[in-house]
Design a protein around this ligand. Structure first.
Ligand SMILES: Cc1ncc(COP(=O)(O)O)c(C=O)c1O
Length: 394
């Protein structure tokens, strides 16, 4: 192990599995560079966050400029950048989601939405889905499905986990005790499981009929990932709240809850809060991120490049026995294997300089930056073909 890897592991290790001893030192566009200068194509966008690629000049400049102007501002005073960022965010949201609470991460946004749902409905219980991932704070992990994330920490909040894409089960479980249904449009960590439109619209209808809130977790699907600004737009949904993070700051740590007048009416001073949420540095990053998505037409680009990526994967992997299914929505793609994905993810990186993500045990997941080119997609596809065909032949 290199000295730096050992140093980091000895102090900061324990909860995160590292793929190998590589120490990443810088990034540019879709590429990461290690301390030896070797480059890797980052088809995971640093866990789905760098939607503009690494160190996009507009984002880096906005952060650098703001860092010289004002980094922290007390929340009890207004701030020019915070105001402008709020206005920019609601500009890309549907008109009914006209209020925003700013937090610092995805899980924190989920925790806030849990509180807002309880406050608005006066109810306590929540529905989430099997294979869902909503984060790992004490509130969010109650909604998350994976056993190893939850079980040692029981008892958690009262959450009913139902099978995804099964409306009949929601119909059975959604009674007057349920404050909210939390759902992903495409389950990201859980395997790139694509939500069915009829199921999602059915959940919305049942929530309306029975007085529960529909909370859509757009933390991974938001900001163009699925080829739309937000995944719920694909199905014409009108959620009561959405949770945002990842693409919100295009890599700068921030989270948000966007919600309706109905939720706003129940909020009061002190109902929720955050020291760092809405700090000027994050707001400058968020403002630059959304402006750049707009200026560079990246949401539309994600749809086009996503179709291209999916088609190329299907063409190249069609005959491989090892591959069970290739699926995707926009630039959120999955190659499901008949075996564990871990060894292939490692080989993809070590032998072919491509970084991809897992999603459940058997899935290789691609969440590339929205700026990715056809050449870079081709680099990734060929690397995957070489990695998998070595095993397929053997
Ligand atoms: C859908 C979804 N929700 C919530 C989270 C948690 O976000 P964070 O890691 O910023 O707390 C994630 C992170 O991967 C996610 O993909």
């Amino acid at each position: 192990m290199t000295e730096l890897a050992a140093l980091e592991e000895s102090i900061l290790g324990g909860t995160t599995a590292r793929r190998n001893d590589t120490v990443i030192a810088r990034g540019a566009g879709c590429w990461l560079y290690d301390t030896t200068g070797r480059r890797y194509l980052d088809l995971g966008s640093a866990q789905g966050v760098t939607l503009l690629g690494h160190c996009h000049p507009a984002l880096s400049k906005a952060i650098a400029d703001q860092a010289q102007t004002l980094i922290s501002c007390p929340n009890f005073l207004y701030n020019d950048v915070r105001a402008r960022f709020g206005a920019k965010l609601v500009e890309v949201l549907p008109p009914h989601l006209n209020h925003v609470f700013l937090a610092n991460s995805g899980a924190e946004a989920i925790d806030g939405a849990l509180k807002f749902a309880r406050l608005t409905t006066g109810r306590l219980r929540t529905i989430a889905f099997r294979s869902a991932f909503h984060g790992r704070t004490v509130g969010a992990v109650a909604l998350t499905w994976e056993k190893k994330y939850r079980e040692p920490f029981l008892p958690l909040l009262d959450v009913v986990h139902l099978p995804y894409n099964n409306l009949a089960k929601v119909d059975e479980a959604l009674d007057e005790s349920i404050a909210a249904v939390f759902v992903e449009i495409v389950q990201g960590e859980g395997g790139v499981n694509i939500g069915d439109g009829d199921f999602l619209r059915g959940v919305e209808r049942l929530c309306r009929e029975r007085g529960a809130m529909l909370v859509i977790d757009e933390i991974q699907t938001g900001f163009g990932r699925t080829g739309r600004w937000f995944g719920f737009e694909r199905h014409g949904l009108q959620p009561d709240m959405i949770c945002l993070a990842k693409g919100l700051g295009a890599g700068f740590p921030m989270g948000a809850i966007a919600y309706t007048d109905c939720v706003q009416e129940k909020l009061y001073v002190g109902a929720h809060g955050s020291t760092f949420g809405g700090n000027p540095l994050a707001c400058a990053a968020g403002l630059a991120a959304i402006q750049t998505y707009q200026d560079e037409g990246l949401i539309e680009r994600a749809a086009t490049m996503g179709e291209y990526f999916l088609r190329r994967l299907r063409e190249e992997l069609a005959d491989m026995i090892l591959v069970r299914e290739v699926r995707g929505v926009g630039l959120m793609l999955a190659v499901e294997l008949r075996q564990k994905a871990g060894p292939y993810l490692k080989a993809l990186m070590e032998e072919h300089s491509v970084i991809a993500l897992p999603a459940g045990p058997n899935v290789i997941r691609f969440l590339p930056p929205l700026i990715i080119t056809e050449e870079e997609i081709e680099f990734g596809v060929q690397a995957l073909v070489r990695t998998l065909s070595a095993a397929d032949a053997g």
